[in-house]
Ligand binder design. Sequence first.
Ligand code: MSP
Length: 514
Amino acid sequence: MYNKEQKNNLMKQKSFYLTTPIFYPNDKLHLGHAYNATIADIIARYKKSKGYQVYFQTGSDDHGEKIEKKALSLGISSQELVDKNVELFKKLWQKLGIEYDFFYRTSSLSHKEKVQNIFQQLFKQSTIYLGKYQGNYCIACEDYVKEKVCPNCHSETKILEEPAYFLKVSQYYQQLLDYYQKNPDFLIPTAAKKELFANFLQKDKIQDLCITRSDIKWGIPVPDESKMIIYVWFEALCNYLNSEKGEKMFANEDSEIIHLIGKDIVRFHALYWPVILFALGRRLPDKVIAHGLLLDPKGEKASKSKGNVVDPLKLLEKYPQDLLRTYFIAKISFLQDGNFNEDLLKEFYRDFFINNLGNLCQRVGKGKIIELYENGIVPNFAETKNVYLWNYYQTCLTVIENYQQKMDNYQLTSAFQEIENLLNASNKLIQELAPWNLFANKKTKLLNLTLNYLRNGIRIIAFLLTPIAPSSSKVIFEYLNLSPDDCNWENIKNFQLIAGKKIKFLKEPLFPPL
Ligand code: MSP
């Protein structure tokens, strides 16, 4: 627990606003969507543990042609369709342990009003102008494209030719370049930035964006126009600003704003969204993080339109929430594309949860001799010259530092590897010092220290795992006779913290076979 002074210090800390994209509720969500929200949740939980005042927003992108068409095919209204699917989204978030603060819906009345105001304001200042769109449109991506076949999702596109309003993206070209120059880490990873610059952010390539549609009805009407609705991406991006708390975050230069997105929607977040914010005279987010995509075995992006997706709700009926969460961070190298299949998931459970983490707790909590030794009371901490213990202690301290540094820099998979480093060091220490031999040879002092160090190692592992695998870390804390609240960043290096506590003997493995 934090004391009063620590709490006050934490209260003064920065606000942290984290968003997922808002998801299309034309259907239920697949594993790729679950990946995005889980990573966001891990970041949000970590930031909370650091004392940030976190505001975590997710939601649904209710409008657009894709949804209108789907509802029509089902013979229900678009509103009915999205309401039904949003319930499934919320169920999935609950099963995955996604602790969001607000679920934003673009079919809400307040969103409509705010978007129309934004549209009008930009029109009055001539950032929006009336023109004519001539080109193709991909319904699956809700994107204006030039090609007959969508370069992104490969579905067939339709031809559009209609009067339309445009956003003057080109007017902000120089301002964008300057912004990127001053804030080189605004968009990560570098590969995403390179691609954006190569394909869109160039003098001869930058184009104004068509932001209205005339051939569909399911959307927000353009003010003073009878037939037009506002392009779904234009209004969807405004969700970040339009929520009550989001608005406050954007009004505050000091708050940290992060959009976590998949790399397939970089252009919208790192080109159009900054332009809308520039035009509104608002600050920009601090960072757009574009993660990789979950691919199918053929190396293609998993997507509903390709029919190669995995249903996360079904997976969660069979496997623990923490397994999926931990797999995402451990096995899909953050910011790179990754693979998923059930065999890999099961293999990871065996390797990490059973053979590594579970086994370590078992060895330190149940080994025959150790079980009887001092009735499981954790001995006192002391520094020692024993080279194995000294090295182990240093490893613990280094892991704590490295983990934070990496989490702070969004090197998530690498941060997870720090936990694995400590696990490996713990198992190695058991081999090196063989506590059962220390017991047999009556080397009591060394045995006491070894048990203190190892149980603290496990405490540190449990703490570092908290944002990633909250239930599993709770189970380990229980085994150490601690509550998750007993540990924090202030006392994590204190090896005396658990001295005198009686650990629980493990009759059953902490992580049973699946
Ligand atoms: N509605 C838009 C976002 C508007 S935000 C102002 C949208 N929705 S989506 O449902 O199609 O995608 C939502 C998120 O899921 C995106 O970040 C997208 O990158 C991500 N993913 C979709 N398929 C994915 C994978 N196969 N793998 C990882 N993430 C994937 O785009």
